[in-house]
Design a protein around this ligand. Structure first.
Ligand code: HEM
Length: 122
């Protein structure tokens, strides 16, 4: 079930993201803070909340669109912050990575909005 995959992936991302934060604190180098923040928020918080909606509303989670939405969100949630980190570390030559990653996340969130509109009638 896509909701379970999303929540499990989110839990793994949060553990990695928090270790990343601790590592920044230990090194007293906060250059990667924007990448860390987006990893935790897009990949941790949003992914978990969306996955939870799919578990709570089976009509949404069972749809073919939700399978696409969840996988797209997971891909974007990794590519976007990792792309930001690569640009911070290696330079603007890699800007295409966070641009593509952010567009994937945008598409995934827009798809989620569509699914919510279709399935959240009281
Ligand atoms: C063990 C857990 C965590 C640690 C040790 C940690 C550590 C840090 C550190 C050291 C910074 C940089 C602060 C600075 O620039 O002065 C930071 C920034 C930030 N963190 Fe975390 N963090 C943790 C978990 C989280 C989680 C769970 C979230 C979101 C769900 C989060 C969101 C953010 C945000 C939004 C920023 C600001 C980014 C920016 O200013 O560009 N962090 N964190």
């Amino acid at each position: 079930m896509i909701g379970s995959l999303m929540m499990r992936t989110s839990a793994v991302i949060l553990v990695i993201g928090m270790i990343w934060g601790i590592e920044m604190g230990i090194r007293q180098d906060f250059a990667m803070a924007p990448a860390h923040a987006h990893f935790n928020l897009v990949g941790g918080v949003l992914l978990f909340v969306f996955g939870l909606y799919y578990r709570l509303v089976p009509a949404a989670g069972d749809s073919a669109l939700a399978q696409w939405q969840g996988r797209l969100h997971i891909a974007g949630a990794v590519l976007f912050p990792v792309g930001v980190a690569i640009v911070i570390g290696k330079g603007e030559a890699f800007i295409v990575l966070p641009i593509v990653g952010s567009l994937i996340v945008l598409a995934a969130v827009a798809l989620f909005g569509l699914i919510v509109f279709r399935t959240s009638r009281a």
